[in-house]
Design a protein around this ligand. Structure first.
Ligand SMILES: *Cc1c(COP(=O)(O)O)cnc(C)c1O
Length: 414
């Protein structure tokens, strides 16, 4: 069974979710009852208690000075963003759509940053008008921001997103170092800083984003130390003292049985030195990190229903009403090099006997639509609910919902 059972306050929990009788509980509700409330399958369900617990764990282990931002692209469902907005110190958005979602929560625009390549002129105008910090990714973007500021009579707030001159091995996804479409190459930053000083702009600080899905504390520590070193070097050319230094994020979550969860206490201890060095050199700079999947990924499940059970040449296929059009990442097609199963369970047969090897597939006409490949699960039948864990990030909005015309999944925060 790929879902380890751990005793927790007397109740069994599977990947953080309690087992209630024969069913998985989400938001305290047995899964079949939740499915009836939602009114249809497939759906994503996010557990607000788990979201809150995750933020609390970060607060308990990271240095107190660290400003915690939520990278909205991981899960932009408005109810999720609303819930997190009250718990975190800021939000990072990557589009005008995400910006609107965050501003609708009532979050102070001073706590919002806007990063990402290819920001369109009208998006920049909205960001300037709203007064959020724009993480500048190119000289052309900087000029456009300044033009909007002149036109609107507002002094835009800008930070420089640096493409670091170091590269890290071992993070799941590298987003800095070498030639990249993200950020401004470290060696080109001094010229950009000079230009910021010459224009009517407020310089806010630096953003150094080096990668994602890191599960090794030593790697995170090294990245944060190198980021501080780089930023202290770049500060010599800054038009003012930075008020914010974003050291990236990159905290990973265990998607597969060979992944080990990040030891948060060790990450916090590792971060202390970098934060200390930064705040000693730049007492007015607030150190920050921005996290997406680490905040939301483990708090969400994807639920689909078995619509057929087929045996093909001895192999059992549970054919469901879900699939890669809702959950591309679980099928291994969201940029993963190797396809490995996400943790999966039959949410309506948690204590079920009769374990057998079954594959879970979706309803799309492509062999890529494989949600779980030959896993040991209680024998499931038509009507049972399949649960895919670790699905709170890069799910509904990171999947090609238009493919084959089945429509998108429902989403609930419980
Ligand atoms: C995608 C992204 C994040 C979030 O990444 P996670 O791996 O979900 O934590 C944070 N910051 C930036 C700039 C990003 O592009």
């Amino acid at each position: 069974m790929n879902a380890p059972l751990t005793a927790d306050t007397g109740a069994f929990r599977v990947h953080g979710f309690p087992v209630l009788g024969d069913e998985l509980g989400v938001g305290g509700v047995p899964l079949s009852r939740l499915a009836a409330r939602v009114g249809r399958t497939p759906f994503y369900a996010y557990d607000r208690g788990l979201l809150s617990e995750r933020v609390a764990a970060l607060r308990a282990h990271l240095p107190a000075a660290v400003h915690l931002s939520y990278a909205v692209k991981a899960n932009p469902m408005p109810a999720v963003v609303q819930h997190l907005a009250r718990l975190v110190d800021g939000c990072d958005v990557a589009s005008a759509g995400e910006l609107a979602t965050v501003l609708d929560t009532g979050m102070d625009p001073g706590r919002v940053s806007f990063a990402g390549p290819g920001k369109k002129s009208d998006e920049l105008a909205q960001a300037v008008a709203a007064g959020v910090t724009i993480n500048v990714e190119s000289p052309a973007e900087l000029e456009e921001i300044a033009r909007h500021g002149d036109r609107l009579g507002i002094t835009p707030r800008v930070a420089v997103r640096v493409n670091p001159d170091f590269e890290l091995r071992g993070s799941g996804m590298r987003m800095g170092g070498g030639a990249k479409q993200f950020g401004v190459d470290a060696e080109a930053v001094p010229a950009l800083l000079a230009r910021i000083g010459a224009l009517d702009l407020t310089f806010v600080g630096f953003h150094c984003y080096w990668g994602s899905q890191a599960l090794r504390p030593a790697l995170i520590r090294e990245a944060q130390e190198k980021s501080v070193e780089l930023i202290l070097r770049l500060t010599d050319d800054a038009p003012g003292a930075p008020e914010m230094v974003n050291l990236g994020g990159g905290f990973g979550i265990p998607y597969h049985d060979k992944d080990t969860p990040l030891p948060l206490a060790e990450v916090g201890e590792g971060m202390a030195g970098a934060v200390e060095r930064l705040t000693t050199a730049l007492p007015d700079a607030r150190p920050g990190i921005e996290l997406g999947r680490y905040l939301v990924g483990e708090a969400g499940v994807y639920v689909c229903r078995v619509v057929d059970r087929k045996v093909s040449r001895g192999q059992v296929f549970l054919v469901t009403d879900g699939g890669l059009h809702h959950h591309l990442a679980a099928t291994g097609n969201f940029g993963q090099v190797l396809r490995r199963n996400y943790p999966v369970a039959i949410g309506t047969r948690m204590t079920g006997n009769g374990i057998e090897t079954q594959s879970v597939v979706g309803c799309l006409c492509t062999p890529l639509d494989l949600l779980a490949d030959r896993v040991e699960l209680p024998r499931a039948d038509v009507g049972d609910l399949v649960v895919i864990f670790q699905s709170g990030a890069y799910g509904a909005t990171a999947s090609p919902a238009g493919f084959l015309g089945h429509g998108g999944p429902a989403e609930v925060l419980v």
